[in-house]
Ligand binder design. Structure first.
Ligand code: ZN
Length: 476
């Protein structure tokens, strides 16, 4: 009987191999080029060190030290495979940049380097040294090129107006101030709670050149609007872009519904208790009301806060008549959408390989909710559940997942974090086994799914199936 079973498996394996050869693989990621990274890294380092040498005047030495630290932390982005090196992707951004002539002229003969980060956090920032970083999390949300052009102009305006340097100067003078020194002296005399008091003091005087005051945000918006008004891009898209930024932290999916729709098997149904607090959870009942305090807290976490005020201010600068003129696209609609499609896979991959499993899992859940069911998203879900299973087994779950916190995270992400806290090893294994099994029927050529199935079938106690999928994985 066993021999018969094995023979069947072998036949299935041969049939499967033929089938697979006729199908595309599911790796929809960019190729990573290490030489490009090294080139970029040394270009930025040279540029940075040259800029640092020019510092003169009061606090010049401290400023040099501060900027060396800053340069070191910027260069960290080059250590992990965080930046997209794909030529077509970078050429596209360069093509959009080439349409922003007034901004480029303002910096000539120096050039601005734009880097695409694979991080899913929706943000763009300029760490100085004539460089702009735009995260995949933001690039995938802009609705057209004109909005992308505005984001780029806004960041370039921060550089042109030397907002980062101003912040550094303010920081250096504040820690040299009498007020700061007096506070440190007072804390030294304190008998208890010194540590906490120092922490509070540094929070008050902390330095983050990426966070700008409301005044600097509107100044950057104004200059960006002036630059953009001299290009062929639509000015009306500035306001639409700010609207997108304003809604960027709101939920795009309902976690429970995604589970019910995609991770619910007849043989192993989704349980009601997955998504709420239980005694295993260290946090109390969730409160998601957007009360003033939690809104304030959310806003303080953004590097570009105060979107509502920025929208009102931009409205005063852009006349009604100018809003419907200009183009949403000057380069190519398809190239932006193709880049966005690729990047939505990259955020899952980067989070699962280099950030936190819980985030990669969430990005994949968001994409399932959008009906975007490609093989890579399915394998992202499957890999997430395997990583969680493995970590829970060896008690290292805390390292790969955020903890639920209704004050910091949205309802949808919190629900996923509660699921991670509540699911047992059996839940993780069984849910994944049925999910991956059905995904493989849909995407039989996906090597990552086969590899993932080998692991989750094993976890679900199906040793023979695990061996079968392992063989398939090795053959591909
Ligand atoms: Zn800004």
């Amino acid at each position: 009987m066993l021999r018969f079973h094995k023979a069947l498996l072998t036949i299935a394996l041969i049939l499967y191999s033929c089938l697979v050869k006729s199908q595309d693989q599911c790796s929809l990621l960019f190729q990573h080029n290490n030489d490009t990274i090294k080139e970029w890294q040394s270009r930025l380092q040279q540029k940075g060190l040259a800029a640092i040498q020019t510092f003169k005047g009061e606090f010049a030495e401290q400023k040099k030290w501060l900027y060396q630290e800053k340069l070191r932390s910027v260069l960290e982005h080059f250590d992990k495979p965080e930046l997209v090196t794909d030529t077509a992707a970078n050429n596209y951004i360069a093509a959009v940049m080439s349409k922003l002539t007034p901004a480029l002229k303002a910096f000539a003969p120096q050039e601005i380097n734009v880097y695409i980060s694979r991080t899913g956090i929706p943000n763009a920032f300029t760490p100085g040294f004539h460089s702009v970083f735009i995260n995949a999390g933001l690039l995938t949300r802009v609705q057209n090129e004109a909005q992308l052009a505005f984001v780029l102009c806004h960041e370039m305006a921060h550089i042109f107006l030397k907002h980062g340097e101003e912040a550094a100067d303010q920081y250096l003078s504040s820690i040299q101030s009498k007020e700061f020194k007096q506070k440190v002296a007072a804390i030294k005399k304190q008998e208890f709670g010194q540590g906490r008091a120092i922490e509070e003091l540094f929070k008050k005087f902390s330095f983050d050149s990426r966070r700008h005051s409301r005044f600097k945000e509107t100044a950057a918006d104004s200059l960006a609007i002036v630059w953009l008004s001299q290009t062929a891009y639509s000015l009306g898209q500035v306001i639409s872009c700010l609207e997108v930024l304003d809604s960027i932290d709101t939920d795009r999916c309902d976690t429970k519904k995604v589970f019910e729709q995609y991770l619910n098997a007849e043989e192993y149904p989704v349980k009601a208790g997955y998504f709420g607090t239980t005694r295993r959870s260290v946090f109390g009942a969730a409160a998601y009301d957007d009360d003033t305090e939690s809104l304030k807290m959310k806003d303080s976490l953004r590097t570009h806060p105060d979107c509502r005020q920025r929208i009102a201010y931009a409205g005063t600068l852009i006349p009604e008549a100018a809003r419907n003129t200009g183009s949403k696209f000057l380069i190519d609609t398809a190239r932006l959408y193709n880049l966005q499609q690729r990047l939505s896979n990259e955020v899952i991959e980067f989070a699962l390989s280099h950030e936190k499993t819980s985030r990669g899992f969430f990005y994949a859940v968001e994409q399932l909710a959008a009906g975007d069911r490609n093989a890579f998203v399915a394998s992202g879900i499957s890999r997430s559940l395997n990583q969680l299973h493995q970590a829970q087994k060896v008690h290292t779950l805390g390292r790969i997942t955020d903890l639920p916190n209704p004050q910091f995270y949205t309802k949808a992400y919190n629900e996923l974090l509660y699921f991670i806290q509540n699911a047992t090893l059996t839940d993780l294994a069984k849910i994944n086994y049925y999910f991956t099994g059905s995904a493989l029927k849909k995407y039989p050529g996906c090597k990552e799914l086969a590899g993932s199935m080998a692991a989750c079938a094993g976890n679900a106690g199906k040793a023979e199936e695990a061996a079968y999928w392992k063989k398939i994985y090795d053959q591909q």
